[in-house]
Structure formats: structure tokens, C-alpha cells
Design a protein around this ligand. Sequence first.
Ligand SMILES: [Zn+2]
Ligand SMILES: [Zn+2]
Length: 309
Amino acid sequence: MALIKCPDCGRDVSDLAPACLGCGRPIAGAVNQPPPSPPPQPAGQQVASPTPTPAAPGTPSAPTFVPAFGGVLRSNIGDVEKIEPVRKMQGFPTGAVLIGVFVIVVVVAAALLLSANRGGPPQAASSTTAPSSASGPTTTAVPIAAATARRASAAATPLPDVNGISCDTLESTIFHIHIHLAIFVDGKEQMLPLGVGIGQPWQVEDSAEGPFVTDGSCFYWIHTHTEDGVVHIESPVRRRFTLGDFFAIWQVPLSTTQVGPAQGQVITYVNGSRDDRNPADIPLLSHERIQLNIGGDVPPYVFDFPPGD
Ligand SMILES: [Zn+2]
Ligand SMILES: [Zn+2]
């Protein structure tokens, strides 16, 4: 046993006393340590801050728990920052999904626009091709564009009806007969032109009878395809047609004293027999042979219709 001075109050106390009688500082444990005097100062600082100290040496293990509480402590900022990327990584899929949805919407919208654009023209094309295909069968040999343009021009300036006879786009063979017409002026035969009663422009092809107008913008029910004098009646209706109707369509004057520019007494033959009627009133009958003479009489002209005509 020995007397020592209390580190806190300086009073002499027994080194075996559990505590200083003056200030109550624990003595017995501290006195056993050989360097009791010097350490008490730093030891006192350690005692003054007992709670914060565990945090400093415990930092390695502390972060594992702190993030679970929301990272309130500043020492946890680093860990919180480490967590931020994790949250971003967790959020990225959502962003990717949004981007993917946006892309899908854009693609679908574009597809709808394209389909709408594709849907428009085809309908317009079908509507334009339908009429041409409907009226096409009669002009299969003619390019559709040309036929369409021709019909457009024909529609723009349609030929007028003549004596109740219209100029139709299609030839009708409901009533189909042929007549032959010969015209002599001063004893000279006049060539009957081809294409009388057929609207221009024409399509002309060669045939055994010479140039043959195969197509035109329209066909009057009485017309000529060739220049050999054959007059065609191709009519959708059966009615009485006269030579006057043909000359009216031809736009050539015809009377008892005039045929076109030629004037004088008109001598008419029908099927080889003299006919004193007004030539304009002579009915047009199948395989009838009509001859008009002006400025002199010419014997009846003999014409043989082609076999099967
Ligand atoms: Zn014809
Ligand atoms: Zn015919």
C-alpha cells in the first residue's frame, strides 16, 4: 500500500482505495498502470468524447448499415452516391421502355401514313382505269392513252345528230346493210371518199378494197370505210334511211339539180333502172346500186358486192 496523489484533485489517496475520497475518481484500477500520470490527460479527452470515437474506427462496417436508413450521415454520402447509379440503372429500363414505345408509335404512325398514301392513289388509279377498261374492248388495237385522249376530244366537240342519226363511239351491227353509190360528173366517175360519217382522227389500215378506216372518234349510222363506193348502214335501230341522210352526214348538197359542187339535171339509176324521184328521197336498201349522173348520161354502172358482203 502506498499513497498517491489523485490525478483529478491532487489529494493523497491510497493506491488500494477504490476511489479518491476527495473527488470520487476511481483509483484502484488506474493506479495499477505504471504510467498513471502522463496518460490521464489524453485519457481524460478520450473519456470526454466516448461516443463519437466508435464511429471513426467503425467506418468500415458502418456503411453497410447506413444506406438502409437513407444515408442521413455525411459519412454515408459516398455510399449514397454509389447508390445513385444503382437507382439510375434501375430506372434505365423504364426509360428504354419509354423510348421503345415512342419508337413503336412513330413507326406505326409512319406505317399508317404510308398506307394512307398508298390507299389514295390506287383508288384514284382504279377509278380512272375502270372507265377505260369498260370502254376498252372496242379499241383493243389502239393504245388506251390515245383512245382516251381521242374520246376526250370527241367529248369536248361531239358531232351533232343529223336527221336523228347520232355519231356513236361504238359501231352497231343490229341493222347492217351495204349500198353502192356511183357519181358521174360530165361522164367522169367521182371517187366517193372514205371515212364519210366517221369522226376524226382515224385509224386506217390496208385492205383488199384499199385503205380502210377501221376506227374513229365516232361513227354515224351511215358511213363509208373505203373509197370504192360502198356505203355502210350500221345502226342500232331499224328505220328507213335515205340517200339524203347520207349526203346530209357527208355535208354535201343533193337535189334534183345539184350533187355537191356540180349543178344540172340529175339522172338517177337504182339497180340499173332509171328512177325519177328526188335522189335525196331514195331509200337505202341492202345491196342497192345507186348511180347519179350530172352533165351527161352514163349507162348504169355495174358493181358486184364482194362475196359475203
Ligand atoms: Zn362501219
Ligand atoms: Zn358494213
